[in-house]
Each structure stands twice: as structure tokens, then as C-alpha cells.
Design a protein around this ligand. Structure first.
Ligand code: 5GP
Length: 197
């Protein structure tokens, strides 16, 4: 157990508060959610902001062996024109930083007013490219995290808290290995989640 649903909600309150107070009078930022991990964070964030536009982006990530370059490709592009607009990429977790570094450099060419990054989780120790995070939530270590939008094999996105998995082999062998753990703590609510920390 890393962060209970209460702790996450307080962190999102704080991130949204900082973003809101950075807005100029009448400024409407575009929050760009990276599909699909940012879905829950996006839903929680936008409901705390007074004025916001929302769009989504989907990337396909190539491994080194598939593409030869290890680069990403935009699979679903934005629908809103970002020229002259304040863009905030919303990421569940920044790990190596490769995704955001690719995105920020390729979106500069579209002439937005500015590009910023908001991330709930920061795996700083694993960074390959030093990408600045303008609105950063929790810093975590090198562990695989599930819940609050983050998945393994499309599972666990619905879990309202965040938990880490030390042994990925367990998930590889049995993707639903943590179902009973998650279900019990979802049922038990904040109190049970605090007790599991
Ligand atoms: P980066 O390009 O920064 O290495 O990768 C960031 C992306 O990798 C995240 O948006 C997420 O999709 C995925 N990712 C990184 N760490 C984790 C993790 O601990 N759990 C899950 N489920 N996905 C992760």
C-alpha cells in the first residue's frame, strides 16, 4: 500500500489548487491527458478547476527491437488547436522521462503559448531524461505501481488507491494475483487502507 484514496484526494486538491492559482485572469488551460493511465487523475483534476479545456492523446510505444529507435508514435492526436494556448500534459507517473521529452519537443512545433507537465507520481531515481515537472505529486522509488488509473494488462485501473508490486513475475504468471488484496481494501475503505500501510 503506497497511498490511500484519502491521501491521493488531498494530493490532487493541492495540485489543482496550485494550478488554479497560477492561472491569469480569464486564462483557460488545455489539460492533455495521456491515455489511458491518466483517466482517473484527469477526472479528479478537472472537477477542481474553475475553467479548463480537456483533450486526450494516445501514444504507442515501440521497444528498441521493434523500431530500432525506441521512440514513441502518436496514435490518437489532439482535437483542439493548441496554437497560442497554455498546455498542461497530465501524466499518472513519470518514469524514465522519455515519453514526456518526446511529447514536449514534438508539440513545441505547434506553437503553443507554453507547455507544462503535471504528474501525480515521480519516479525520480529512474530518470533518463531530466524533464521538468511543473506540478509534481508524490515521489516514489523504483517499484511497479498499480491503481488510480494505472494498470497491468488493463487490470487494476479502477482501484481507488495506489499500491506497489515488488515482484513483477507474480503478475506475469497471474495478472489477477492482487484482486483479493485490492477488493478487500476497497471494501474496507480509508481505515483498512491506512492499516495496510
Ligand atoms: P516514461 O516514458 O516516463 O518512462 O514512462 C511513463 C509511462 O510508463 C507512464 O505513463 C505509464 O504508462 C508507464 N509506467 C511507468 N511506471 C509505471 C508503473 O509503475 N506502473 C504502471 N502501471 N505503468 C507505469
Amino acid at each position: 500500500m503506497l497511498f490511500t484514496q484519502g491521501e491521493i484526494q488531498r494530493q490532487v486538491d493541492e495540485l489543482a489548487g496550485r494550478l488554479e492559482s497560477s492561472l491569469a485572469d480569464g486564462e483557460v488551460p488545455i489539460l492533455v491527458g495521456l491515455m489511458r493511465g491518466s483517466l482517473v487523475l484527469m477526472a479528479d483534476l478537472v472537477r477542481r478547476l474553475s475553467s479548463v479545456h480537456v483533450d486526450f492523446l494516445s501514444l504507442s510505444r515501440f521497444s528498441q527491437s521493434e523500431s530500432g529507435s525506441g521512440r514513441a508514435r502518436i496514435e490518437k492526436d489532439l482535437e483542439i488547436d493548441i496554437t497560442g494556448r497554455r498546455i498542461i500534459f497530465v501524466e499518472d507517473v513519470v518514469d524514465t522521462g522519455l515519453t514526456l521529452s518526446y511529447l514536449t519537443s514534438s508539440f513545441e512545433a505547434r506553437n503553443p503559448k507554453s507547455i507544462e507537465v503535471l504528474a501525480l507520481l515521480d519516479k525520480r531515481a529512474r530518470r533518463i531524461i531530466d524533464i521538468p515537472i511543473d506540478f509534481a505529486g508524490f515521489e516514489i522509488g523504483d517499484e511497479f505501481v498499480l491503481g488510480y488509473g494505472l494498470d497491468y494488462a488493463q487490470l487494476y485501473r479502477n482501484v481507488p488507491f495506489l499500491f506497489g508490486v515488488d515482484d513483477l513475475d507474480v503478475l506475469v504468471r497471474q495478472p489477477d494475483a492482487y484482486f483479493s488484496f485490492a477488493r478487500e481494501l476497497m471494501r474496507g475503505g480509508e481505515e483498512a487502507q491506512q492499516a495496510a500501510k
